[in-house]
Design a protein around this ligand. Structure first.
Ligand code: FPP
Length: 283
């Protein structure tokens, strides 16, 4: 957080927003659906690809700011399994932007000690994109800072299918327990905490097949701002909004401190006070 406070200009809006954030209650993991590049371009009578190019500024800003706050992880939805349906020129431009990002920003990623990872069906990426991505991932693998996780050729349902396939394969070689932990640990995101905050730009109220399992208890923040216009101040506003939420995880207000499960394991009689004891769904 100190790095962010040093980066903002004293006295301006970003400074006030950064100071209003409680550094003890930062989300560990933010996930972002970067939407609205096409609309941004259309409003300016520009080709859609110009919107993606303009979106790269917001990509850099969000990565740098989350890294300065020392978040554990940031996941950006860069390319979905459905995005292949777009015109070939647009898909090619997205690959070009990803490669350009890796070329120009690798030194900065290293400087910020960011560990780069990627999730999705990466085997289907064009060879050169895949090779350069894997190279950057390998180069940053030992970094101790924030994990920057790019979702590329990613689909939430495809991910669950892949996890189930891996579990079935394991079951052929011995007994396995199928529980939530088993599924989580076979997702592409194994080892990364679930997102606490999911940000979507450009106003659509959808999750678009993004981290379907992992966002079970994420706080959703949708802003009408189009992705290329999303600024550091917008990100800080999203985090402040998140910090005002009462996260109950299916329990009652403040139940994170002492959950009914924790209470009942210490004192079996306390079980009757839990919502579960009333036979109500703990949603
Ligand atoms: C959605 O806007 C955006 C995308 C499908 C691509 C986002 C990708 C980038 C900004 C580049 C990613 C690169 C890195 C390094 C992370 P849209 O085209 O669906 O917008 P629209 O809904 O207004 O048409």
């Amino acid at each position: 957080m100190q790095a962010l406070l040093e980066a903002v200009r004293p006295g301006d809006e970003e400074d006030a927003l950064a100071r209003a954030i409680d550094p003890e209650r930062l989300p560990a993991h933010i996930a972002v659906i970067m939407d609205g590049n096409g609309r941004w371009a259309k409003r300016r009578n520009l080709p859609r690809v110009a919107g993606h190019k303009a979106g790269m500024r917001a990509v850099r800003t969000v990565i740098e700011t989350c890294s300065q706050m020392r978040l554990k992880a940031l996941t950006l939805y860069a390319f979905s399994v459905e995005n292949w349906k777009r015109p070939r020129t647009e898909v090619e431009m997205l690959w070009r932007l990803l490669r350009a990002y890796l070329h120009t920003e690798l030194a900065e990623i290293e400087r910020q000690e960011i560990k780069l990872t990627a999730i999705g069906r990466l085997e289907a990426l064009p060879n050169q994109v895949r090779a350069e991505l894997e190279d950057a991932i390998a180069k940053t693998a030992g970094n101790r800072g924030m994990q920057l996780n790019l979702a590329i050729n990613y689909g939430g349902r495809a991910e669950i299918v892949d996890a189930v396939k891996a579990l079935v394969e394991k079951a052929k070689h011995g007994d396995i327990v199928i529980d939530e932990q088993a599924i989580s640990s076979h997702l592409y995101t194994a080892g990364i905490p679930d997102p606490d905050l999911l940000i979507r730009t450009s106003g659509e109220m959808r999750v678009s097949n993004f981290l379907l399992w992992q966002i079970a208890y994420a706080e959703l923040y949708v802003t009408p701002t189009l992705w290329p216009d999303f600024t550091r101040a917008d990100l800080l506003r999203a985090i402040l909004d998140y910090q005002r939420r009462d996260r109950r995880f299916g329990g009652l207000a403040g139940s994170r401190e002492t959950t009914s499960r924790e209470t009942s394991s210490r004192n079996p009689r306390a079980e009757v006070t839990g919502v579960e004891a009333l036979g109500m769904p703990t949603r």
